[in-house]
Design a binder for this molecule. Structure first.
Ligand SMILES: *Cc1c(COP(=O)(O)O)cnc(C)c1O
Ligand SMILES: [Zn+2]
Length: 549
């Protein structure tokens, strides 16, 4: 096909593409860009993409590898784009899409980077390499290096959880643990590589690493177009969100959006939002202060090792430029907010993510809460990585029950039976009356995940009241606007019945109440919650409070 051209963004020098050039021969700048003949690609390659398997290599004409024989692939890319279910309902936002990068071969979006970077190493004849990593790059590179026959030296900070370090070792890489920050770790890795004359992965300055991330943009626009506008259509989201450490992901992905825009496949560039952990948020801090360079965080205060890049360097300049171009956002969240988001994503939408990814979702919640992201805007979140063995701090005390099995089969079974009964004797019976299936599903899911409730559902007030009469529940969650018999009428009936008037009611409504309606409710419902404006803990807290009375 058409060979790409390397371009120096500083002096404009153009070079034909050769493997792993270190810097511009003219001005020595070492952050080079790649330009493709996009017209030709659109004409000759694009029509062939749908025939290929859905993976990163579907877009191979746009990736800087010369010979397809050098491709090292394990099924990276081509991950699903999932629409959020309960979390979207909870946030009152219908257009949240999750790019499920957990489904890569080693469980994170670094598999894109590894596939192209290791293929490029192979093409360059490299058989031994050095990488510094906050965890996932080392894991992913190790897996691909195993297939490519490349010995890898992985320099990891001691912050990286032991489980991840062991995984790197399992793939046969040399694990070098550095007690110090990630930035120190990078320096030590660089001097080791120089000393030993070994190839060093250049991180953000690696052309193949950045270019690999482009494929996220191609896939997302392809999938969104297909889902929202029909087969063969492309569509850019309004927002693209990622949790950021060094910034490789959004910088590389942006390049893809730019190319798609230049080819006329999408009609706008998305707004980019990056989210950092507040214990290590050099970019967000500088951005909010309006500064054009970021101060280095020398002592990151976060448990989220994956995101502990204290010195963003060039990445900040790039991301600031990108974000200012379309009006995106930089936001930070605490570790606690990230852990909470991680729980919410798992319990509400079935996605178990690693803490770094929890940062992206916590950022999403915050940006929607602040109305930076509007309710009608289409959002794509990079669900960047999978959970590893769940860290102890995350679950607290009461996350399991234990039961002792009888010593012998002949032993009496009563003990076991009563133990099993005790498992649900704290269960309270909750009745949901709501005609909107999404809302009812969300409430049911919140209660199920909390563990202490059994749930019944009614799609209108008439059916609900029949169920109440047949078996009075401990609590009713009541929608106001329902067909046949609305929530106001239900409350009127309940409050005039001697037996039923004792059942507490929490009204959960999407309706903006008028003064007269508030009057109608007063004294009849214990509490009122606005749909799309509460989180799952609010509901649970409110229920505990009401049930205690
Ligand atoms: C690397 C990584 C990030 C941060 O990505 P950058 O674009 O390099 O800042 C976020 N989440 C996960 C799971 C990662 O592995
Ligand atoms: Zn130059």
């Amino acid at each position: 096909m058409h060979d790409p051209i390397l371009e120096c963004p500083r002096c404009g020098q153009r070079l034909t593409f050769t493997q792993a050039p270190n810097a511009c021969p003219n001005c020595k700048y070492d952050y080079l860009e790649v330009q493709y003949d996009l017209e030709a690609i659109k004409r000759d390659a694009l029509p062939r993409w749908p025939e290929r398997p859905f993976s990163l290599w579907r877009y191979r004409e746009l990736l800087p590898l010369r010979n397809a024989d050098n491709i090292i692939t394990m099924g990276e890319g081509g991950t699903p784009l999932l629409r959020s279910v309960n979390v979207g309902t909870m946030l009152g936002h219908d257009h949240i899409y999750i790019k499920d990068e957990r489904q890569g071969p080693t469980g994170s979006f670094k598999d894109r980077q590894a596939s192209l970077a290791i293929s490029s190493m192979k093409e360059a004849g490299i058989t031994e390499a050095v990488v510094a990593s906050t965890g996932n790059v080392a894991i992913s590179y190790s897996a691909y290096c195993a297939r490519a026959g490349i010995k890898l030296w992985a320099f990891l900070t001691s912050l990286v959880p032991a489980d991840k370090m062991r995984e790197v070792a399992l793939y046969g890489s040399e694990v070098v643990k550095i007690t110090g920050t990630y930035d120190q770790c990078k320096e030590i890795a660089a001097s080791f590589a120089q000393h030993r004359g070994l190839f060093l992965d250049k991180g953000l300055k690696s052309i193949s690493a950045r270019q690999s991330m482009k494929t996220l943009a191609y896939e997302v626009c392809d999938q969104l177009g297909c889902m929202l506008d029909g087969y063969g259509k492309w569509r850019a989201p309004d927002w693209y969100i990622q949790a950021v450490s060094g910034g490789m992901g959004p910088i590389g992905t942006w390049r893809g959006f730019e190319e798609l825009y230049a080819m006329g496949l999408i009609d706008k560039l998305p707004k980019i939002a990056i989210v950092q952990s507040s214990g290590c948020a050099p970019m967000v801090t500088a951005f909010k202060a309006g500064r054009d360079t970021a101060d280095i965080v020398t002592d990151p205060q976060t448990h989220i090792a994956t995101l502990a890049t204290g010195n963003p360097g060039l990445a900040y300049t790039e991301l600031r430029r990108i974000i200012q171009q379309t009006g995106g956002a930089m936001e930070m969240v605490s570790d606690e907010e990230a852990f909470r988001a991680m729980h919410v994503m798992a319990k509400m939408d079935g996605l178990s993510v690693e803490t770094a990814t929890g940062v992206a979702f916590a950022g999403l919640f915050k940006l929607i809460g602040q109305q930076t992201i509007k309710r009608d805007e289409v959002v794509v979140v990079n669900c960047s990585g999978h959970t590893f063995p769940v860290e102890k701090e995350l679950l607290g005390e009461e996350w399991s029950s234990s039961i002792e099995a009888p010593k012998s089969p002949a032993a009496p079974q009563e003990g076991l039976l009563s133990a099993l009964e005790r498992l649900d004797d704290r269960m309270r019976d909750i009745l949901i009356m709501d005609d909107t299936p999404e809302a009812s599903l969300l409430l049911r899911r919140i209660l199920q995940a909390h563990g202490k409730y059994s749930v019944r559902e009614a799609v209108n007030g008439r059916i609900g009241l029949e169920m109440v009469r047949a078996q009075p529940p401990d609590l009713i969650l009541l929608d106001l606007m329902m067909p046949e018999m609305d929530g106001f009428a239900v409350l009127d009936v309940l409050r005039t019945d001697r037996e039923l008037s004792r059942i507490p009611v929490i009204v959960v409504t999407a309706k903006e109440l008028t003064a007269i309606e508030k009057q109608r409710l007063s004294g009849k419902a214990q509490s009122l919650m606005q749909k799309g404006a509460f989180n799952e803990q609010d509901i649970v807290d409110k229920m505990l409070e009401v049930l205690k009375q």
